[in-house]
Design a protein around this ligand. Structure first.
Ligand code: CDP
Length: 208
């Protein structure tokens, strides 16, 4: 089997919804790498470990193995019997995740989890087409202006649009090292497109 599609992009560019729609059209699962970074962040916050303390965090992850359940309609994240999924999109996880994701040990841990998943699937994140699955058949990178992304995310967060926009710009800045389009990725500005429009653009661009 092969990874068929990677969908990377900036924060709140619609990657999860787009990846889910593309995966459903293809009849394969999609994989949200961000959920693993978010789960590592949540556990670090709960353990009281300093976010910069990679060693303490990784010890914790070894003691509490996580499981990413890559269902076609949405991903679920488990720590043993406890489901973390609904706790992974809080504002405090949003604020802490970039620092945790910048730790090389954490990135290696996530990459190993992703590479162990049975292919094929649609993989979604920041570095799927560059680092994790450079052999993918088709690669996409989603962008949109900070204001457009903040307006979308305001449907899912308690803060107002200007506060969300400021937080997105800050997260873009911190994520810059771990987020770049692959040279062979097709960049799609999702600003003028509906969700169905983005999914359709990707499906139309896939190799026959
Ligand atoms: O949906 P949104 O783009 O806001 O977040 P996400 O895709 O769940 O990713 C959350 C965070 O995880 C990002 O801000 C990055 O810091 C990190 N991440 C990463 O470094 N590499 C990935 N492949 C995916 C996520």
């Amino acid at each position: 089997g092969r990874v068929i599609v990677t969908i990377d992009g900036v924060a709140a560019s619609g990657k999860s919804s787009v990846a889910s729609g593309v995966a459903r059209a293809l009849g394969v699962p999609y994989v949200s790498s961000g959920l693993l970074y978010r789960a590592a962040t949540l556990l670090a916050l709960e353990a009281g470990a300093p976010l910069e303390g990679a060693r303490a965090l990784l010890t914790h992850l070894r003691a509490h193995p996580l499981r990413l359940e890559a269902l076609p309609g949405g991903n679920r994240l488990w720590a043993g019997e406890r489901e973390l999924t609904d706790e992974l999109h809080s504002t405090r996880v949003d604020q802490g995740v970039s620092a945790v994701a910048a730790l090389p040990e954490v990135r290696a841990w996530v990459d190993a989890q992703l590479r162990a998943l049975p292919e094929p699937f649609v993989a979604e994140g920041r570095d799927m087409g560059t680092n994790v699955f450079p052999h993918a058949d088709a690669k996409f990178y989603l962008t949109a202006s900070p204001r457009v992304r903040a307006e979308r995310r305001a449907q899912e967060r308690p803060e107002d649009v200007p506060a969300i926009e400021a937080a997105l710009i800050e997260r873009d800045r911190r994520d810059r090292v771990q987020s770049a389009p692959a040279p062979d990725a097709r960049v799609i500005d999702t600003g003028p497109l509906s969700l169905e429009g983005v999914i359709g653009t990707i499906l139309a661009a896939l190799p026959a």
